[in-house]
Design a protein around this ligand. Structure first.
Ligand SMILES: Cc1cc2nc3c(=O)[nH]c(=O)nc-3n(C[C@H](O)[C@H](O)[C@H](O)COP(=O)(O)OP(=O)(O)OC[C@H]3O[C@@H](n4cnc5c(N)ncnc54)[C@H](O)[C@@H]3O)c2cc1C
Length: 426
């Protein structure tokens, strides 16, 4: 597609309708450019609530929103559903599954993918939680394990079906462990009367000495106590050495048997970017200049999880992507008007993680909060940042109902047969 042929204004192509891409496009609303947003999915995913999808708290449509609807009223944005396969900086061209796309400026924000750190069997046998599709598949798998356990007479096989190992004690692992445990001790306990819920175990495995290692120690300890209260078995200082079809092997040789291993231990740049001809650094992410430009390609910007700034180590969180998206857009405007680009500086608005119903930790500078107050803050921030008025309303109402009733509405097993097949295939 030769976009330039039909238009006289410069074309800014944005690859990825994630946090970085959306905020970059919004920041270009009044710029004299045409924005072409490209994504392989036709929706934006709100990852911070993905664990609630996997734990049957929310429906997929509550954590995703169609890209075209987001830009319905921004007339300089068009959307192309396509997979970007390669960048050709010398020809200002993107090669996509739908043909070549010419650009004048390019913002790459393709996010990241699960990092298995080369652990044998992890990619084959563990369940990732990185995309909307992962969240739905994991939810179906978990529900299918309860159905299978309900008809399994052998106690050892039943125990394996009801053991859920979560590898990685960062925010996603902690939030998912809490939500899964509450799903079990809440609605599933009532619905599966034939099962003894004492047979169920949720185990969180973290190789470091504490969970939420990037948070202040006091908050990590509080979160660990709270998870213990939710009957999550914390295995700290334990590294997974291999993942097998029926569980994991820990360093030291101990075997934990389980039908379900969830891998949330880290992320890396998408290996597909290896072929994009851009300078890659640590974890397969693109090395950028302080202005977020790629060296020797000043019209290409990389932002969000996919970018690495050599002298500014940053967390892989939505706020970084959002702020970088805005900076990349501001720098494109600067280039258009002959001004110098400005260097990116991250402003940390705070770190937060939720640990089950009505409890969270929050830290910003010297301010540290735990418990209900932190949860209210967490809920407000997430509702505010969720895309789409309908989603905000639905999520708020769902949380209110679930908070009051201890129920989880999103428990329909969509494809029971397929879930069982997935178990044997993975
Ligand atoms: C389970 C989970 C929980 C998280 N929780 C939090 C949290 O609580 N708070 C927080 O701040 N951060 C959280 N994060 C991190 C946060 O979501 C990321 O840092 C953020 O999404 C990065 O934004 P991005 O724009 O770089 O990429 P993304 O938001 O990942 O968007 C990338 C987009 O690019 C598209 N894409 C990728 N490759 C191609 C291609 N080749 N062609 C076309 N399209 C492509 C994808 O489909 C996607 O839409 C979480 C992440 C996960 C996975």
């Amino acid at each position: 597609m030769t976009v330039r042929d039909r238009r006289s204004r410069p074309v800014v192509a944005i690859v990825g309708a994630g946090f970085g891409g959306l905020w970059a496009a919004k920041a270009l609303r009044d710029a004299p450019v045409d924005v072409l947003m490209i994504d392989r999915r036709n929706f934006h995913t709100f990852y911070p609530l993905l664990y609630q999808l996997a734990a049957a708290e929310l429906e997929p449509q509550s954590v995703a929103y169609p890209v075209r609807s987001i830009f319905r009223n921004q007339h300089n944005v068009r959307f192309l559903l396509a997979d970007v396969e390669r960048v050709e900086p010398t020809a200002n061209t993107l090669h996509t599954s739908e043909g070549p796309v010419r650009y004048d400026y390019l913002i790459l924000t393709p996010g990241s993918t699960t990092n298995y750190f080369g652990i044998p069997g992890a990619a084959e046998h563990a369940w990732p939680l990185r995309t909307l599709e992962d969240g739905m598949a994991l939810r179906d798998h978990i529900l299918s394990r309860f159905e299978a356990a309900a008809r399994e007479p052998d106690p050892e096989r039943r125990a394996k079906m009801l053991t859920f190992l979560i590898v990685g004690g960062g925010p996603t692992g902690v939030e998912f462990a809490g939500a899964l445990s509450e799903l079990i001790v809440g609605p599933l306990q009532k619905d599966y009367r034939e099962l003894d819920l004492h047979e169920v175990s949720v185990v969180l495995i973290e190789q470091g000495p504490r969970i939420l290692s990037s948070y202040p120690a006091r908050l990590s300890d509080w979160a660990a106590r709270r998870l213990a209260k939710l009957t999550v078995d914390l295995r700290l200082g334990e590294a997974v050495e291999a993942v097998e079809p029926d569980g994991v092997v820990l360093r030291g040789g101990e075997r934990l048997l389980a039908d379900t291993v969830v891998w949330v231990a880290g992320v890396r740049g998408d290996p597909a970017m290896d072929a994009w001809g851009l300078p890659l650094g640590r974890s397969g992410r693109v090395v950028v200049e302080p202005t977020l430009q790629v060296e020797n390609a000043p019209n290409i910007f990389v932002v969000g999880d996919a970018a690495v700034l050599p002298d500014q180590p940053l967390p892989l969180v939505a706020q970084v992507a959002i702020q970088q998206g805005k900076t990349a857009a501001a720098n494109i405007k600067a280039l258009l008007s002959g001004q110098p680009c400005r260097a990116f500086r991250y402003r940390n608005l705070g770190d937060m993680a939720v640990i089950g119903r009505g409890a969270a930790v929050f830290s910003r500078g010297a301010l540290q909060l735990t418990g209900f107050l932190a949860w209210i803050l967490w809920a407000a921030v997430h509702i505010f940042n969720l895309i789409g008025f309908r989603n905000r309303l639905v999520v708020l109402a769902t949380w209110a109902v679930e908070y009051l009733t201890f129920e989880r509405g999103s428990r329909l097993l969509r494809t029971p047969g397929a879930a069982a097949r997935l178990v044997s295939a993975r």
